[in-house]
Ligand binder design. Structure first.
Ligand code: OOG
Ligand code: MG
Length: 261
């Protein structure tokens, strides 16, 4: 039996709209839902949002660091979409917790595209050529699945848990420094949760974005000038509730702070 992509997209959108956790799709379909199916559910979710007036502001990677892969028990990266309404201008921002289910926060390296970029042969160099700026960010993720537990197809269907992304303003031109050497320290409620460098992202943040571009090329799509592209968290995510203050401090992008309200 084939997977009903539109049905599962409605199932996930209802979880977002009603702010409630739902049972994993994998737990209901088992091996029947392939990764290709999961991306088709994600596409159906995106199509419905665009139909209802949402627009795209970018695309994202998830699960690109060992820290995140270990935390979530998944061993491959995934790709998703950044909708316009999910972008929160930084570097100091507030996010309304009651609009979400069980949010978490994580630091991000965010590429701001200067030009369109597409192609199944895209390299890290192409990414650096087409990027205007790399800035710091904090992503608020909010898996729609119970207890934030999922399989790789689940999290892909669920648009890689995307909910909000705070994008900083201080950044650097992509070739001004080796992005692998930029450090990021994450502090939540005064406690440093960890420090990592850009290298934590599959060895190279720009290579992550190239992977995303090659993935998009499979369906004839690409990145657009002006889009923001979070390359994935280099450190594990932390619970985010009312009153939580999280700051990501970068050696070259300044600080980005988000407070739960
Ligand atoms: C999946 C989203 C992962 C990242 O930066 O690794 C992600 C999740 O952990 O719920 O955005
Ligand atoms: Mg992320």
């Amino acid at each position: 039996m084939s997977v009903d992509h539109a049905h599962w997209a409605r199932y996930l959108q209802a979880a977002v709209d009603d702010r409630r956790e739902v049972t994993g799709i994998g737990a209901q379909l088992g091996a029947e839902m392939s990764l290709d199916d999961a991306y088709l559910v994600q596409d159906a979710l995106l199509a419905a949002r665009l139909f209802h007036g949402e627009s795209l502001a970018g695309a994202k990677l998830g699960l690109t660091s060992k820290a995140k892969q270990q935390q979530m028990g998944v061993d491959e990266p995934g790709y998703g979409w950044v909708s316009r309404s999910s972008v929160v201008p930084g570097p100091d921002a507030e996010v309304v917790i009651s609009e979400l289910i069980h949010p978490r926060v994580e630091p991000e390296f965010v590429f701001v595209m200067g030009d369109d970029l597409e192609g199944d042969d895209c390299t890290a160099d192409d990414v650096l050529d087409r990027t205007a700026l790399v800035v710091g960010g904090i992503e608020v993720i909010d898996s729609r699945f119970e207890a934030f537990k999922f399989t790789l197809p689940d999290v892909i269907a669920d648009n890689t848990s995307a909910a909000r992304v705070v994008v900083g303003t201080a950044g650097i031109a992509p070739r001004d420094v080796d992005l692998r050497e930029v450090t990021c320290t994450f502090t939540v409620d005064g406690e440093v949760t960890g420090t990592a460098t850009g290298e934590a992202l599959l060895g190279s943040p720009a290579e992550c974005v190239a992977l995303l571009v090659r993935h998009l090329a499979r369906s004839g799509r690409g990145l657009k000038a002006g889009w923001v592209v979070p390359a994935g968290a280099p450190l594990d995510a932390r619970p985010f509730g009312v009153g939580t203050v999280a700051t990501a401090s970068y050696s070259h992008f300044g600080d980005v702070t988000v407070r739960g309200v």
